[in-house]
Ligand binder design. Structure first.
Ligand code: KIV
Length: 283
């Protein structure tokens, strides 16, 4: 059995040519699936808000919500590193609040936390790292900034914006991040950032030049089929297959095909006889 993945081990993978893989999970069965599939990291992302809890954006989930989902994933004791996403407003108010919120994800079972934003997050990242909690950064299209960005829009498309992303990534490294998610940026900009920093970049909608890739479980398995971002390959059709499975059950119940004799418990013939039942029909 291969070894438990740790934050230092992830950081050490920078530049070794072996891409890192991270996939989201928010519950125990999904955590078991992605861990058995061999991912390096499981992200308990605040995307849970959109793909599981039915919200239109990620802003409604709280630290308590995230701890609840982190706990479900961590209780499966995966080999992969469990990264807990700090939700919006959990690291924006004060350093004390930030460290306490990061600690509650760790107490729920996270081995690292992730937060969104560049240079303006340095103070908070330093405080979390100081509390011995590994931090993953996240820059580019940061969904918690949906209102400030004016929607889910590709970032870093101008010279200034590309340079700002590189500077933000460098600031995150300086603050102590062991890895950085790069979301929704042009592939050439992701390459600039990846070349500029000594920690792995994990891309989502950021092209092939990152040190690793992350996708949302519900997107890559087709459990979510309403929106298909350009960068998501569909490896399965879980929504379609699940709907078909339930539709077959509905039909079987309505046509009395279910439950069949093999799917029922039966009385012993002598008991049925004492009860005055026909052994054949009661069995
Ligand atoms: O919450 C999430 O799933 C994420 C990924 C998109 C990186 O932050």
């Amino acid at each position: 059995m291969s070894k438990q993945v740790t934050a230092p081990a992830v950081r050490a993978r920078k530049g070794n040519g072996d891409p890192l893989v991270m996939v989201t999970a928010y519950d125990a069965p999904t955590a078991r699936m992605v861990d058995e599939a061999g991912v390096d990291m499981i992200l308990v992302g605040d995307s849970v808000a959109m793909v599981v809890l039915g919200y239109d954006d990620t802003l409604s989930v709280t630290t308590a919500d995230m701890a609840h989902h982190v706990g479900a994933v961590a209780r499966t004791k995966p080999r992969a590193l469990v990264v807990g996403d700090l939700p919006w407003m959990s690291y924006h108010v004060s350093v004390e609040d930030t460290v306490r919120n990061a600690a509650s994800l760790v107490r729920a079972g996270a081995q690292a936390v992730k937060l969104e934003g560049g240079r303006k997050r340095v103070k908070m990242i330093e405080a979390i790292v100081d509390a011995e909690i590994p931090v993953m950064g996240h820059i580019g299209l940061t969904p918690q900034s949906i209102h400030a960005m004016g929607g889910f829009k590709v970032q870093g498309k101008t010279v200034d914006a590309a340079m700002t992303l590189v500077e933000d990534a460098e600031a995150l490294v300086e603050a102590g991040c062991f890895a950085i998610v790069l979301e929704g940026v042009p592939d050439a900009v992701a390459r600039m950032v990846t070349d500029a920093v000594p920690v792995p970049t994990i891309g989502i909608g950021a092209g092939p030049h990152c040190d690793g890739q992350v996708l949302v479980f519900h997107d890559l398995t087709g459990m979510e089929d309403r929106i298909t971002p350009k960068f998501v390959p569909r490896y399965a059709s879980l929504k379609h297959d699940g709907t078909n499975a339930v539709a077959r059950f509905v039909a079987d119940v309505r046509t009395r095909q279910f439950p069949a004799p093999d799917e029922s418990y039966h009385l012993a013939d002598d008991v049925a006889e004492i009860l005055g039942l026909y052994a054949g029909s009661a069995a």
